[in-house]
Design a protein around this ligand. Sequence first.
Ligand code: SGN
Ligand code: CA
Length: 521
Amino acid sequence: MKLGISLLSASVLAVSSAFAADRPNILFIFSDDHALNAISSYGGPLKDVAPTPQIDRIANEGALFVNSFCANSICGPSRACILTGKHSHKNGFMRNTGRGFDGSQWTVAKELQKNGYSTAVIGKWHLHSTPTGFDHWEILPGQGNYYNPDFIQMDGSRKRFEGYATDLTTDKAIAWLDQRDKDKPFFLMCQHKAPHRTFCPPLRHLAAFDGVEIPEPETLFDDYANRSEVLKKNEMSIANHFRWSYDAKVRADERGDIKLPGYRDNHAPEYHRMTAEQKKQWDAHYKPLNRKMLDSFKAGEMTREDVIRWQYQRYMKNYLGTVKAVDEGVGRMLEYLEKNGLDENTIVIYSSDQGFFLGEHGWYDKRWMFEESFKMPFVIRWPGVIKPGSRPQEMIQNIDYAPTFLEMAGLAAPEGIQGESIVPILKGGDVDWRKSLYYAYYEIGEHAVPQHYGVRTSRYKLFYLPGTDEWQMFDLEKDPNELRSVYGEPAYAKVQNALKDEYNRLREVYEAPTYEEHMPK
Ligand code: SGN
Ligand code: CA
């Protein structure tokens, strides 16, 4: 009898470990604020300057989702949607500025861990909580720093590491892979700070875009006509809200957005983290360029538009410099997988927490349901499953990632998950997929972007601004840059009614809160 039981459990074990060995590893490489337009394979206006050969390689060997969106275009909330498979109001992390993520709730990391995966998160976390569901973690405090960053260790202490955040995050991810329990499949979230504000490239790439003219977006000088007046009040314009801008009152770049010091020394916090040798390299690059610009400005040679254009170039060169390092990190991870025979059985995903404005509408930052910030990059390689070069058109959202990871691991999604697994799309063939997406932004204050909730279909977008009781509606086919709200136009009456019905239906399905319910008392 005893023997029988042990034989039985041995065979169960054998089956489950064989199953474990077959289950794919999941490598989720994630960055912060990486706009689709800054990934070459997305084919946008910056495709010739976006330094992303490695990310493009994932897209070419796998799939690139053109219609990939977030549920709430802001950092912590996007991460919470990913971990829980639920919209912000259901996982409780509705704002960056809110209380910490409730790590006692169900997450995909916990589920994978419980079912035999080795799990780790390294790099930016930004959920103001201690990670749960991970065998190993090492995270940046809050936003983290680019140069010589601190990482929070599992015992709660902080340690400073000399080097560049993106490189260190990759080093740490590889170090963890190297010493993980090799009998188990792994789930690794390798999460970069870059290319987040204040856009500090690694010193080796400071000059990477010297002499390159970055194409300007068509809407760099948007006048915000034909849309809600609130757009004009946003505090995220290149013209006004970088620390040194033509119209800004403050002419000292305290946070180092565009590395232009005004007439005094640069007080950027990142600058002060550097060693003397690092500062020397930084100064050698920026000082002569800044001098040239400031001399020309002081001599009255630059119009307001010239200054904005100059700032756009500086912003983009720094931003793309940080992207270049992220891409190199992706390359190093891919190389590690290959060298260790892990490439065939590891699903690799590259994504970022939301999109970003790269001068479109004259802006930087995100938050809006407008395409540039609503869209999230999503490229994925899964050898033997995804047909190389696939370009699925389905509208996917970050709440889909958790159920997707579960299906990849052969696990079912528990009750209450609001996203859908995209595995059937990855396998190709006809899939009956959602025809509309729900979006909600709840943040209060920073950059003065108002709360809004909306619906997007393949052609239209409708959203509501509860603060001013206004609706905005866009015909993405006729107006891809979203420059004219057609809300209330008789020609669109039928579409508008259908969109409102769909918006109400989605709010009901997802049990979305009213303004009164979600605003802090
Ligand atoms: C910081 C930035 C903001 C940015 C938020 C949220 N200011 O506060 O510009 O929108 O983070 O970004 S900074 O001057 O400190 O850089 S998020 O990606 O974490 O949501
Ligand atoms: Ca972000």
